[in-house]
Design a protein around this ligand. Structure first.
Ligand SMILES: Nc1nc2c(ncn2[C@@H]2O[C@H](COP(=O)(O)OP(=O)(O)OP(=O)(O)O)[C@@H](O)[C@H]2O)c(=O)[nH]1
Ligand SMILES: [Mg+2]
Length: 374
């Protein structure tokens, strides 16, 4: 193993309402996320616990066990598959003597590395600071106790106050900058919204093939890559179906246990999706965990408040399950799913015509209603 690659031990909690299977699946995903920030998982631990320990999450005895493991394996990171408070991080680091990360840190790091446009960079910084701000409390308390005097602000508390104000100011500034960028985009969006055209949003788990579908449908040159969170910016392309223009939006991919601050700040990026008429919920059907990934995506769709829009489930990467297009028809007949769906391969361009066919009624209905947006 390359000595420059940090070795990570992963720690997951199995809480009262969870099965071991669920915890392991989440840990497996975390392994992929760590890979994306150039770390290497060397093993994982699952701690069964009814409630999280407020001071160090897993309890002191278990922490000592992790320390022994860290020493024995010379691990560089211990990554917890949870969201930790700063005091938990400090308490855990004090015992383990290595870098402690939580799931949010890893996700923010990936997003920061992937962000290309100014808007995406600002959104992520905003999410990160919003995550950190409430976590500053407690830190000052502890430091100010060291100052001794009662009733006066200790140096720790003053430091905390300065840090808090700096973060608040930065958050304010970022919001202004994002507003500015949004204003620039507004005109383009207004034209699209005012038009009678149908708007389709591609939503789904990261790596499901949303950008690949976008590319096939619109011929727009979007970034496609076999990595988590390849797309961080919403991109809009258009296509003509029976002489009618439709707009298609590619969006950022989802994962389970996404820090809520990130979902919140990505709402602006996902605005195009929020304003769409139909959702294509893209699923990698070759992924053995596709059902869970569908549920996660549905939950995020719900948190965006767009669950009542028509949703077409687009099962992609069917070429990884069946060998030829001829077999597809037989497979389709066997495949049972309770919502409207279509089986496609963006890579082989199988069933793309069928996918388009499915939205034809919406295009017609759209024109009949004569949709005009204010
Ligand atoms: N075999 C196969 N691979 C596909 C298909 N569609 C996409 N891929 C591959 O899957 C990987 C992810 O594709 P993307 O289109 O970047 O996925 P995405 O959903 O946009 O991912 P994020 O932007 O990370 O959310 C790439 O390596 C694609 O080449 C398909 O139909 N079949
Ligand atoms: Mg993409």
């Amino acid at each position: 193993m390359n000595i420059n690659i940090p070795k990570a031990i992963l720690v997951g909690l199995q809480l009262r309402h969870q099965t071991k299977e669920e915890t392991l699946e989440s840990l497996e995903e975390l392994e992929g996320l760590i890979d994306a920030i150039d770390g290497k998982s060397i093993g994982y631990l699952v701690k069964k616990k009814d409630i999280k320990d407020p001071s160090n999450l897993v309890g002191s005895a278990y922490l000592n066990l992790i320390r022994e493991l860290v020493e024995g394996t010379e691990a560089n990171w211990v990554v917890f598959d949870e969201f930790l408070t700063p005091s938990q991080v400090r308490n855990i680091e004090a015992v383990l003597n290595v870098k402690v990360l939580d799931r949010a840190n890893v996700v923010f790091e990936i997003f920061m590395r992937r962000a290309k446009t100014e808007e995406a960079k600002l959104q992520i910084e905003l999410a990160k600071l919003t995550y950190e701000l409430p976590r500053l409390y407690g830190f000052g308390e502890k430091l100010s106790r060291q100052s001794g005097k009662m009733g006066t602000k200790g140096p720790g508390e003053q430091m905390l106050e300065i840090k808090r104000r700096t973060i608040q100011k930065r958050i304010h500034k970022i919001r202004q900058e994002i507003d500015q960028i949004k204003k620039q985009h507004k005109e383009q969006r207004k034209n699209r919204l005012k038009s009678n055209y149908l708007k389709v949003a591609l939503l789904g788990y990261t790596n499901a093939g949303k950008s690949s579908l976008m590319k096939v449908l619109t011929k727009k040159d979007v970034f496609v890559n076999d990595m988590l969170f390849a797309t961080l910016d919403t991109k809009v392309g258009s296509k003509f179906v029976e002489n009618q223009k439709i707009f298609i939006t590619d969006t950022v991919g989802f994962i389970s246990k996404l820090p809520p601050e990130l979902v919140e700040s990505f709402k602006t990026t996902l605005e195009e999706a929020i304003l769409s008429d139909i959702i294509f919920l893209v699923v990698d059907i070759s992924d053995k965990k596709w059902t869970q990934k569908v549920s996660t995506t549905e939950q995020i769709i719900q948190s965006l408040g767009i669950q009542d829009k028509p949703i077409l489930y687009v099962f992609n990467k069917i070429d990884k399950i069946i060998r030829t297009k001829e077999e597809l028809e037989a497979f389709e007949k066997e495949f049972l799913f309770e919502h409207p769906f279509v089986l496609v391969s963006a890579q082989k361009e199988w069933n793309i015509d069928k996918l388009i066919h499915k939205i034809r009624p919406y295009i017609t209905a759209h024109q009949d209603i004569g949709f005009v947006y204010a």
